[in-house]
Every structure is written in C-alpha cells, then in structure tokens.
Design a protein around this ligand. Structure first.
Ligand SMILES: [Cu+2]
Length: 389
C-alpha cells in the first residue's frame, strides 16, 4: 500500500514537472504508460491521463533526472505535501452517430488493488451533438467493445450499460448548468466498492447536419481523481416505482423506504427520470410525519443533477419517499420497462456523509404501493409542476 502510493505520487509529480524541467516526449510517454498500468486503464488515445490539474510542484528546476532511480527519489522526497489530484478522461472513441436519439456507451476500467476517489467532473460536449451524458459505475460493462449502442429509448438491439445494475454517478445535459461537488466530497470507485468500471453513456440528439460533415464525436468527461480518501463520501440513492398507467388516466407512482443507518446523510443534489408520460417527480424526507421536500421537477426538462440549496439531513428513523405523476392520454396501458414505449419512475438523491457510506442503494416499490396507505400529511403540491428557475 505504502509502496503503491509512493509510486503514484512519484509519477504524478514527475508529470507535473513537465513545465518546470523539460522531459523528452519519450520520457513523458513512458510515464503515462506507467500511470495507465498503475490504474489498469486501457492504453489508447481515447481514454488516457491528460495533464495534471492541481499539481503545484515547487521542485527546483535543477532536479536530477539522470536516471530513473534519482528521479523517483528526488521527486518523492519533495512532493509528499502536495496535492495529488489527476485528470482522467473518459471520452467517446470518435463514434459516428447515424440517427437521432442514438445512445453510445464507452467504458474505462478502475483500479482493482485499491479504491480511488472522484472529486470533480468536467463535461466536454460539442454543442449540437451530445444531448446528454451520464456516467455510471458498473461491476461489469454491458459490452467488451470499445463503444456500443446502449440506449433505452432507441432500437431494440441495444446492449445494456452495465452487465448488472448500473449505479449513476454523474449526469450532464445540454442547456443545464453542470454540478459542482461540495468541498471535501469524493465518490469512491474501484477497489472493493463493486465499481470496477465507469461507463459513459452519451445520448446524441439531432445530428443530421453533422452527418454531412462526416463527423465523429469524442464528447466525454474529465474526472478529477485522487487516491487520498476525502473527509466526506458521496453516493446516489435511487427511489423508484414499477407498475402501469392505464389509458386515459393520471397515476401516482409512489415509493417510500425508512432509513435505518447510523450515518447522517446530507443530500446535495437530485435528479428525476421518467419517459414520455411523466409530468412531475417529487422526493421527500418524512420525519415525525412532517414532509420536507428534497426536490421536485418536470422530468421533461433536462435530466441533470440539480443542487439542493437548503440544508437538510437524513437520519435514522427518517423515511425517504418519491412520487411520479404520470399522465397517459393514449388508449393503451403503459407498463414500466426499459424501452421508450415503456415508462420509468426514478428519483435520485445524491448525498454525502462522513466516513463510510451506509449500505443502501435503492428503494423500489411495486404498483400496489401507495403513500396514502401509510402516511398522513402528504404535501398538496407533490404533483404540481414547479416554476422553472
Ligand atoms: Cu428510463
């Protein structure tokens, strides 16, 4: 372990030195290669470490780089107190979208021998192509290919995002501001977290103009990663409902679960998701039968993570609850499922806590579950579309 961190810090420092002392291109390539080895990342031109962002080295420009040993020793001695955040790109490998609403996925492997922490996300999307991007954590990717079709709203021969249940980590949507993580917050991935891969999913909008230009796309996200545990651990909790919406009806799809762990959760962002029939999705914390709104949104608007501006906590004994208000004007009944003709009802709560995360993931309820069977004081505006900010 100590050896591993020594090595990481060393390499980080060496690369950071590029501006200070001039390494030859082959030396730089060699170090990047070793960094990739260190993180078990595929070595390629589409998923690689870029320059280091926060490394502020103050090493004398006269540092010895006569040989590798001197280099390691010199740099390690001086770099320990410096920041060790590195930038890792996960970007589409120049994919060619060919129809509107096509979804592509691309995976990168996370280090297995120990976990690392994502402390920031910087989206890169060319305007007019990527409609939205989602980053998932998976134990296995949905495909071994460099990129694959992974839409839920597109064709039927798409593959899944993950080999098993995907865990959403980040979302970006065109026309929506990108989410800033609170200070000292990190998402732990790799090691024994169960997140062995990160999968980037890009939803392409109308690309008809672009096709004429023989365009390819490398939209993606720069992840700021450190191997230093953060004071606060972040994760996403998903509330969802399964069921159906009969023709010509308005249905409340509802869920609720009690929170029974000692960690105090601090929700700081939320996201909603339905398909075409969703009108409003709202999420709540219920404490002593009092309902506190976590977030409420029109799911037809960009499906980003939006900040929760008020200070609120979730503590042992609280209940988390969500409702999707669905309106079906068609003749046929619509069931929940994975395609665009099916429906979904999801409320995602992004939170942080001090120390280890509670072992919670999802609250999922079936059609028969209704709030009114269990709770009083249901907020009158739970199905009211909020004013857009
Ligand atoms: Cu969906």
């Amino acid at each position: 372990m100590a050896k591993a961190s020594f090595f990481l810090f060393l390499i980080v420092s060496i690369i950071g030195l590029q501006q200070v002392i001039s390494l030859t291109q082959s030396q730089v390539n060699y170090l990047k290669q070793r960094l990739n080895d260190r993180f078990n990342l595929p070595v390629s031109d589409y998923s690689q470490f870029s320059e280091f962002s926060e490394t502020k080295n103050e090493i004398d420009s006269g540092a010895s780089i006569q040989n590798e040993y001197d280099e390691e020793r010199t740099i390690n001695e001086k770099s320990e107190e410096h920041s060790h955040t590195i930038d890792v790109d996960i970007r589409m490998p120049d994919v060619k979208p060919t129809y509107e609403n096509e979804y592509f996925c691309h995976a990168i492997e996370m280090p297995m021998e120990r976990s690392v922490f994502i402390v920031g996300y910087k989206p890169h999307a060319e305007m007019g192509t990527a409609h939205h991007m989602l980053l998932y954590g998976c134990s296995e990717p949905g495909s071994q290919n460099k990129s694959w079709n992974c839409g839920e709203m597109a064709t039927t021969n798409d593959e899944s995002v993950c080999g098993d249940g995907p865990r959403i980590l980040y979302a970006w949507a065109m026309d929506a501001p990108s989410l800033e993580l609170p200070k000292d917050v990190g998402f732990e991935v790799g090691g024994d977290t169960g997140i062995n891969y990160l999968v980037l999913q890009v939803h392409y909008g109308d690309i008809s103009e672009k096709i004429k230009e023989h365009f390819t796309d490398d939209s993606g996200i720069t992840l700021q990663i450190t191997d230093q545990p953060r004071k606060l651990s972040a994760a996403v909790y998903l509330l969802g409902s399964g069921g159906y919406i009969p023709g010509h009806s308005e249905v409340y799809m509802e869920s609720a679960c009690s929170y029974d762990h000692s960690q105090v959760l601090h929700p700081f962002a939320y996201r909603v998701h339905t398909h075409k029939l969703g009108r409003v999705v709202s999420g709540y914390r219920i404490r002593n039968q009092q309902w506190e709104e976590i977030g409420r949104r029109d799911p037809q608007k960009p499906e980003m993570f939006y900040p929760i501006t008020k200070n609120m906590t979730v503590e042992r004994g609280d209940i988390l609850a969500a409702r999707c208000t669905m309106v079906n004007d068609m003749d046929k009944t619509v069931y929940t499922g994975a395609t665009s003709d099916d429906e979904m009802c999801n409320f995602y709560m992004m939170y942080y806590t001090e120390g280890t995360l509670p072992n919670i993931d999802t609250c999922f309820r079936a059609n028969q579950f209704k709030w009114r069977h269990y709770f009083d004081n249901i907020p009158a505006d739970a199905s009211v579309v909020p004013d857009e900010k």
